[in-house]
Structures are given as structure tokens and as C-alpha cells.
Design a protein around this ligand. Structure first.
Ligand SMILES: C[S@@+](CC[C@H](N)C(=O)[O-])C[C@H]1O[C@@H](n2cnc3c(N)ncnc32)[C@H](O)[C@@H]1O
Length: 231
């Protein structure tokens, strides 16, 4: 199926509310476990000296889980949508986990402008994460340029996203499954995301053609891809 890009930022209020109200916790817990497992295999333990950055953090679902898992470590969630950042900050403020979230903060910025805005960051990034971001980015080089410019040679990258279905029929099947659990706005967004997502081959070829061979791509079930490693 040919890629059909979607707008990068999720800025419409109803879109943000639908996304935030949905329960994606199973997949999110799974991602935190995958990251933890990967760090353990590499003998990396995160402490107060480290910095975790969650790109395209949306309403902060993953940022909060990262902060709860590594409460001593500074966690920064970044999203270009003001509505998403407002939502993320609101959720942080009403969370029952205040103590564990005290090292979590949010920044509103397009990922393409982080470096030039000089927004961050007093430390080097130890762990650079994203979930469901890559498919939003119109040009793959923008995503990889960003992670390249934010990473040192010690930064662990871990980016999970949807994998584009093989054909329209499979995309429609996944859309129909989605509609049994989620509302119409979210179902349409999910379908647009499936059509906008990249394939294993597109990501792998980009990495090979752009001297990024310390990164790799892993097919996580038949629906997801993970780009991981060092830049
Ligand atoms: C599908 S949501 C995922 C949110 C979150 N990572 C999660 O797993 O729940 C994608 C998010 O990426 C953000 N985004 C897309 N393109 C971006 C860009 N160029 N710069 C910053 N954020 C971006 C959108 O605004 C949206 O909040």
C-alpha cells in the first residue's frame, strides 16, 4: 500500500480528548518493559545523573510511565501540539503519583526545532524514546536528523511505531477492529495513521543509506516496528 502522509501535529481539541480518553495502557506497559529489558541487556541502569526524553509525548502516557519506572531520573516530554502539552500537564497535576512525577516536565516544541530553539537540556540524553511518532513525520529524514542531533554516542534510542499494512484490505480490517473498542474520531485517526506509517523496508533502507548502522529495526508482531540502538 502506498504511504499517505497525515498532518504532523495533533492539534484539534476533540482529537486530543479522544486520544487521551482511550485506554492504551496494555501497549504502553509493554513498551516500558521492552525498554527496561533492552537497558538491562546492555547493563545500563538509569539514575539521577541521566536524562530521558520522550519525543511526540502527546498527553504524556509514556512520559509518565517512564518517570514512574525511573523516578530519580529527569524525564522531559516534548510535543509540538499546545493542546497535547496542556493535557499532559493537567494529567501530571492531578496524578496520584506526584512524588514519582516530580522529575517530569514538558516542553512544547516541534521536534524539528528542538536543537535550534536550544530548549533543552543541561545534560546529554541517556534514553531517547518515542511512541507512535514516526508515522506523523512527513519526511523520514526529519525524524532521523532530530534523533541524530539530540543523541551522543551513548544515547540509547528506542522508537516504536505502527507498521504500514500490506494492502488497503488489511488496513480496513484493522480499522474495523479498532471501531469495536474506540470512538469514531479515534478510529478515523488510527486508520489515517496506518496509511501514514512506514514499512520495515523503508526504515531499514533509510538507516543503511544514511550511515546509521548502529541503529536497527525490529518487527514487533505484525503491527509494530521498533527502531533501536545508537546513532
Ligand atoms: C499518536 S500521538 C502519540 C502520543 C504519545 N507518544 C503516546 O504514545 O501516547 C503522536 C504525537 O506526536 C506529536 N507530533 C507529531 N509530529 C510532531 C512534530 N513534528 N514535533 C513534535 N510533536 C509531534 C503529535 O502532536 C502527537 O501528540
Amino acid at each position: 500500500m502506498k504511504r499517505n502522509p497525515e498532518p504532523e501535529l495533533m492539534e484539534k481539541k476533540e482529537q486530543v480528548i479522544s486520544y487521551d480518553e482511550a485506554d492504551f495502557s496494555e501497549g504502553e506497559v509493554n513498551l516500558i518493559n521492552q525498554i527496561n529489558h533492552y537497558l538491562s541487556r546492555k547493563n545500563i541502569s538509569l539514575s539521577e545523573k541521566d536524562l530521558i526524553v520522550d519525543l511526540g509525548c502527546g498527553p504524556g502516557n509514556i512520559s509518565e510511565k517512564l518517570a514512574i519506572k525511573w523516578p530519580k531520573t529527569e524525564v522531559v516530554g516534548i510535543d509540538g501540539s499546545k493542546e497535547m502539552i496542556l493535557r499532559a500537564e493537567y494529567k501530571k497535576n492531578i496524578s496520584n503519583n506526584q512524588k514519582k512525577l516530580k522529575n517530569l516536565r514538558y516542553i512544547c516544541s516541534d521536534i524539528k526545532d528542538i536543537k535550534s530553539n536550544n530548549l533543552l537540556l543541561k545534560k546529554e540524553i541517556s534514553l531517547l524514546v518515542s511512541n507512535s511518532l514516526i508515522h506523523h513525520i512527513t519526511n523520514l529524514e526529519d525524524f532521523f536528523n532530530t534523533i541524530r542531533s539530540l543523541s551522543s554516542n551513548l544515547t540509547v534510542n528506542f522508537h516504536k511505531d505502527l507498521k504500514r499494512p500490506l494492502d488497503e484490505e488489511s488496513a480496513l480490517e484493522l480499522k474495523a477492529q479498532c471501531s469495536t473498542k474506540y470512538n469514531e474520531i479515534l478510529t478515523n485517526d488510527y486508520y489515517a495513521s496506518l496509511r501514514a506509517s512506514y514499512t520495515f523496508k523503508e526504515l531499514k533502507n533509510f538507516i543503511l543509506e544514511n550511515n546509521l548502522s548502529s541503529l536497527d529495526v525490529f518487527e514487533d508482531s505484525d503491527q509494530y516496528l521498533i527502531v533501536y540502538g545508537n546513532v
